[in-house]
Design a protein around this ligand. Structure first.
Ligand code: SF4
Length: 300
């Protein structure tokens, strides 16, 4: 680590609970956003299909740093323009990404994939909640569709639900979720207002083991349909499985970090998964660089 830190670096590390040499023990949160807030981030429109019951926009401005608050619209636009939805993805494009070793499983049925690519948000959620397309459907307690604001400009993609998420049926609610919330807060964002969070897998692998190729293959069409409906402005892939799954590459995380990738034209930034950061807090400062890149991409 460097011997000296800028105020910006110091604040971000403190927000993430990482001690800064020479500083008193950090307070976890309650600080201003780490960086200058991006240009106005209007809740970008979604197609009429992509409006779950929970997708209504917040009616009040959230309590953020003054710099960020000053850039938020004072009122929510009553009727945002509707962006034309992209054409349904072809079945071939929805095939398994990373680690897929089988192509003849029922979950790879082109008809199933094509059907998923036509579902609206509610039906997609319903299908996930009862899905048995891979063995994880039998071991999960709850399928976890996602969390946050479907109208947010940001999409964070993780790996799979953990124990707490599986128990509650909510995304990123354990310790890793708390760290992710701190990361968002450091950026001046909140999951309720600005971001949607989803996973590559909707069901928890037993004992939090790594996802298997056929599981990713079976579940990926759900995420791909979510992205098609959400139309995020920027995607942040949290960890190797999210990055490789979305980009359909085997490139190591270390080589994907620090670059701006694209998922079907949408900028995609790769960074560490919060669960990894809990085990390797020294790398939190690298996340800071990744998130700054994402903010810069969004400004562009
Ligand atoms: S992990 Fe995905 S494909 Fe497997 S049962 Fe759950 S929702 Fe279905």
């Amino acid at each position: 680590m460097p011997d000296t830190f800028t105020d910006e670096q110091r604040q971000f590390l403190q927000l993430l609970g990482m001690p800064v040499p020479g500083d008193p023990p950090p307070e976890m949160v309650q600080a201003k956003p780490m960086v200058e807030a991006p240009t106005i981030l209007p809740n970008r429109p979604v197609s009429a299909q992509a409006q779950p019951a929970s997708a209504s926009r917040p009616s009040a401005r959230r309590d953020v740093g003054s710099a960020t608050a000053a850039l938020l619209p004072t009122e929510v636009a009553p009727t945002p323009p509707v962006r034309s939805p992209p054409p349904p993805l072809k079945a071939e494009a929805l095939q398994a990404p990373v680690l897929a070793t089988q192509t003849s499983t029922p979950s790879a049925d082109p008809q199933r994939i094509t059907r998923i690519a036509t579902l609206d948000w509610r039906d997609l959620n319903n299908m996930v909640s009862t899905c048995q397309a891979c063995p994880l459907g039998e071991t999960r307690k709850h399928a976890v569709f996602g969390a946050g604001n479907p109208r947010g400009s940001w999409l964070f993609v993780g790996e799979a639900p953990g124990a707490e998420e599986d128990r509650r049926g909510e995304a990123f609610v354990g310790r890793a979720g708390q760290l992710l919330d701190n990361m968002l807060r450091a950026m001046g964002f909140s999951r309720e207002q600005d971001v949607y969070i989803a996973n590559i897998l909707k069901c928890r692998p037993p004992n939090n083991r790594d996802p298997l190729g056929p599981e990713v293959q079976a579940c990926m069409p759900y995420l791909q349909r979510q992205i098609a409906l959400l139309q995020p402005r920027v995607i942040v892939a949290l960890g190797r499985f999210a990055a490789q799954g979305l980009l359909q590459v085997d490139t190591p995380l270390s080589q994907l970090r620090g670059t701006t990738q694209h998922y079907q034209g949408t900028p995609l930034i790769v960074t560490y998964h919060p669960a990894y950061l809990l085990r390797n807090p020294i790398d939190k400062r690298k996340v800071w660089e990744d998130l700054k890149r994402a903010l810069a991409v969004l400004r562009q």
